[in-house]
Design a protein around this ligand. Structure first.
Ligand code: SF4
Length: 283
């Protein structure tokens, strides 16, 4: 049985940086509060829980003067301001690529564009992005949603931005649609993260070269970029399994006498991918 592994796996640069900052936060005080999960990966977050970190979703649960680690996806402006009022020591782990999109969005808004964000409205990155805007932006994810925004409510000029981890295959579909419709006054700004695009490209290339592979996507179930990998394989009609770790994979009944291609989200620790690969090789 052959097991191929994507060349880019494990943490991306942004997550590695966020982890390093979070590690150092334990030197600033105790207990350390994490406002939501630093990254969407259960195994990765366990390492902080084991060190006594308190992971809370609601900022009200954070006492005055606490050390607070933000998400790598960013936190909404009003939450940030609330923490400052509480004299919190904020460890900002927001990925620079996520911050860049916020700066771009503000600039486009000042230039008079109506913003449309491709992403999931409830995702922390999108929530943080919307919070820095003066006007309300529309959030879309599926063709029926964007068709509604641009066909019915076409009061451009529009600037289109995407959550950094949005599936590139869907954005490509949108670009084709804009071209087919001959829509004018739609400016598409490239904001996808190259780290996640690289992984999607590598998966596509592998599927072209090895069409018989069964794909194993490793990553947290709330991780948007892991979902993008899963969506890509699913849309290609190949057998694909999405697992968080080797323990979950062991519970599945996998096809026999096939070759596997293993890829992972950018918040999946290296050791988790290595355990998955070791299990597949042992079959
Ligand atoms: S996936 Fe990209 S945007 Fe997200 S943390 Fe990693 S480098 Fe930053």
């Amino acid at each position: 049985m052959e097991v191929r592994v994507a060349t880019s796996f494990g943490f991306c640069k942004g997550v590695r940086q966020a982890f390093a900052l979070a590690e150092r936060s334990f030197e600033l005080g105790s207990p350390v509060y994490f406002l939501g999960e630093l990254v969407h990966n259960h195994d990765a977050m366990e390492t902080f829980r084991a060190r006594g970190a308190r992971i809370v979703e609601n900022p009200e649960e954070i006492p005055s003067g606490a050390v607070v680690v933000t998400r790598s996806h960013g936190i909404p402006k009003d939450v940030w301001e609330g923490l400052l009022k509480k004299n919190a020591t904020i460890v900002d782990t927001t990925c620079p690529k996520v911050k860049r999109v916020q700066v771009l969005a503000r600039r486009l808004e000042e230039e008079g564009y109506h913003l449309v964000v491709f992403g999931k409205a409830s995702h922390p990155e999108v929530q943080a992005l919307l919070s820095v805007l003066k006007k309300q932006a529309q959030v879309v994810a599926a063709p029926e949603e964007w068709q509604k925004v641009f066909a019915v409510d076409h009061q451009g000029p529009f600037a289109v931005l995407a959550q950094t981890t949005f599936p590139s295959v869907l954005l490509q579909q949108f670009e084709n649609w804009v071209r087919e419709q001959g829509l004018l006054g739609v400016r598409i700004v490239h904001t996808l993260c190259d780290e996640t695009e690289k992984r999607q490209r590598e998966l596509e290339q592998n599927l072209e070269q090895n069409p018989g592979d069964v794909v194993i996507v490793v990553g947290g179930k709330h991780s948007a970029n892991t979902r993008s990998l899963f969506v890509l394989a699913e849309r290609r009609g190949v057998p694909v399994f999405w697992v968080e770790n080797a323990a979950e994979l062991r519970l599945l009944s996998l096809p026999k006498r096939v070759s596997f291609f293993v890829t992972s989200g950018t918040s999946t620790p290296d050791w988790v991918v290595q355990e998955v690969v070791a299990y597949l090789q042992s079959l």
